[in-house]
Design a protein around this ligand. Structure first.
Ligand code: ADP
Length: 612
């Protein structure tokens, strides 16, 4: 029954009610005892004293009547005497009934005995004729000698009884006083016991009852602060104990769950870290304050730095070369934007060229920003590029010099400067001149393609305004178009995002498309350049109303050395321009294509990605 909180509270209440009942009963009992004692005091002794006083008064009055009878003449006081006798005896018998103590019995018996003798004396006196001098003298003497002493005897006995009653009265008064004192003490003890008992009971049970609740509150608070391993030590079997048990079970399951979730999260994190650390290119991850969060083994090797020591330190502290720090600071990488920089530096006694790429990122779970910095080592590529350009410079020199000589010779001969030629010879010379010129153009274009290919991996991507590129490129071709009486319009897109591009290479693509458009249009045609954006992509189209391209050539037009045959055009190219354009646009992560209808015109369109 006392296992439950309800039972415990009921017990406390029952205990308190029992104490109140005990106190009430004890108080009533004591009150009753005191009341009884006071009652006895009043009813027994006080009445007794009153009766004895009345008896004394009666006998005194009787004496007065006797004196009056002796001295007055012709008076009969018998009736009055008898009336007093009646009063005396009535009180006497009433008093007799209350007598308890033997001593008092003796007094009361004596009173009756002496009073009877007194009454008999009165009867004798009344028989004497007091109107006569003899009778008067006899009566006076009798009164003096007999009646007065008898009266004193009766009154002495009454006085004794009175005294006894008075003693009893004081005795009972003392008893009543003692009873009150005793009752007071008993009640004080009971009250004190009830007060202390009640306080102890209430305190014990309150503590027992609220201590577990306090513990639960503390535990819940501590769990709120993340201390999920705390448990409650409540061992009672009441509702609070059951609640604590259930709560502990819940906490155990919660920590198991957390362990498993944390476990898998840690595993995933370890995997990610392992992958990042094993990447073959030097890589570092910076937090939102651009301090080191993670770096891989290649980075450690490259800069001779230990990951554990670098963690939390500013990015530039991890770079051992002061020259490198200066160059990297120049691009203001703390703007948290995508950035690239090609830097040449000396690390570990070696000259190195890096394409340093800063890529901002946001953690999807926490929403925090970070920055990945990768050092692409392009030293070999640059070396190759240099070798290639050296080689091509040599080739170009070797090819161009004889070709120039051939063309100069042809010119000298064609102008009849070294002798007159006939028409047939001139025709052959013209063919040689055209072929030499074509060969010169081919060499030039090959040099250009080779230059683009060799530098294919080395792009300097920066955010660029495409309309600026379009305008700059168009400016070169407008005079030519006007000379050919070809219309030229530019329709730039509004509020265009900046594109991620290598400015010079995209300018080269635009130049190539416009040079083709001018090349393959004639008087009365028109050329239109348009730009627009869709989402994060920017579109540029170069459309002309020129000769167009036969359907079967459209799919191959971007292949190297492809030219449309059968075109009636004076100046032919080498077929490498569009191939190079495709290469450049693809390296930008974009696309290029052609739509054309023979004799109606062609439209070349390319897409670039917005910078962000
Ligand atoms: P090139 O123009 O030097 O020959 P390209 O690679 O630039 O080399 O062009 C390949 C071929 O595609 C050209 O020879 C030409 O036949 C065709 N072509 C390119 N642009 C146009 C155009 N705007 N209109 C018609 N034909 C074109």
């Amino acid at each position: 029954m006392f296992q439950t909180i309800k039972g415990k509270i009921s017990m406390v209440y029952t205990g308190l009610i029992v104490v109140i009942v005990i106190l009430g009963v004890a108080s009533l009992y004591n009150l009753n005892e005191i009341s009884k004692s006071i009652d006895g005091l009043i009813t027994t002794n006080y009445n007794s004293i009153e009766r004895l006083t009345a008896m004394d008064d009666a006998i005194s009055h009787q004496n007065l009547l006797i004196v009056y009878y002796i001295h007055a003449t012709g008076v009969d006081c018998t009736d009055e005497f008898n009336a007093d006798k009646e009063i005396f005896l009535t009180h006497y018998f009433n008093e007799f009934d209350t007598i308890v103590y033997p001593q008092e019995m003796e007094y009361i018996v004596n009173i009756k005995k002496y009073y009877d003798e007194y009454v008999a004396m009165f009867d004798y006196l009344i028989s004497l004729n007091t109107d006569e001098p003899t009778g008067f003298a006899q009566a006076s003497l009798y009164y003096e000698k007999k009646i007065v002493p008898k009266t004193d005897q009766v009154r002495a006995e009454i006085a004794r009884l009175f005294g006894s009653n008075e003693t009893a009265l004081f005795g009972r008064k003392a008893d009543a006083g003692n009873l009150v004192k005793t009752s007071f003490s008993v009640l004080i003890v009971l009250f004190s016991a009830a007060t202390f008992g009640g306080y102890f009971l209430a305190k014990t049970y309150t503590n027992n009852l609220f201590a577990p609740i306090y513990e639960i509150t503390q535990t819940v608070k501590s769990i709120r602060h993340g201390n999920i391993n705390r448990r409650m030590s409540i061992k009672t079997s009441d509702e609070v104990g059951q609640l604590a048990d259930e709560f502990n079970n819940m906490l155990s399951r919660l920590s198991e769950f957390e362990k498993s979730t944390m476990g898998s999260l840690m595993e995933e994190k370890d995997k990610s870290v392992a992958i990042l650390r094993s990447i073959s290119e030097p890589l570092i991850i910076l937090d939102a304050n651009f301090n080191t969060q993670l770096l891989n083994q290649r980075y450690e090797e490259l800069f001779g730095i230990d990951f554990a020591k670098a963690v939390g330190k500013p990015f530039t502290d991890t770079l051992t070369s002061a020259d490198l720090v200066k160059k990297i600071n120049e691009i203001d990488y703390k703007t948290a934007e995508y950035k690239e920089i090609i830097v040449e530096t000396r690390i570990q006694k070696e000259n190195k060229i890096f394409n340093v790429v800063f890529t901002p990122m946001t953690y999807s779970t926490t929403g925090q920003t970070a920055m990945i910095v990768i050092f692409h080592d392009i030293t070999e590529l640059k070396t190759l590029e240099r070798m290639r350009s050296d080689f091509i410079a040599t080739i170009s020199h070797e090819f161009k010099t004889p070709l120039t000589s051939v063309l100069m010779g042809v010119d000298l001969m064609g102008n009849d400067l070294i002798g007159k030629l006939n028409d047939d010879q001139k025709e052959i010379l013209e063919t040689i001149r055209e072929d030499s010129q074509r060969l010169t153009n081919l060499v030039n274009d090959l040099l250009e393609l080779s230059r683009i290919e060799s530098s294919a991996m080395i792009y300097n991507f920066v955010p660029c305004d495409i309309n600026t590129i379009i305008k700059a490129s168009a400016k070169q071709f407008i005079p030519l178009a006007q000379k050919n009486h070809v219309g030229f319009i530019i329709v730039p897109g509004m509020k265009m995002p900046r594109v991620r591009a290598d400015f010079l290479k995209i300018t080269w693509v635009m130049n190539n498309l416009l040079s083709n458009a001018v090349k393959y249009t004639k008087e009365g045609d028109s050329i239109a350049i348009r730009s627009w954006s869709v989402g994060s992509q920017v579109y540029v189209s170069v459309a002309d109303t020129g000769m167009g391209i036969p359907k079967e050539f459209i799919s191959r037009i971007f292949d190297k050395f492809v030219q449309v045959y059968g075109c009636d055009i004076e100046m032919r190219g080498t077929g490498v321009g569009l191939a190079a354009a495709k290469e450049i646009i693809t390296a930008h992560g974009g696309d290029i294509w052609c739509e054309s209808v023979l004799n109606e015109g062609s439209t070349f369109t390319f897409i670039l990605n917005a910078a962000n």
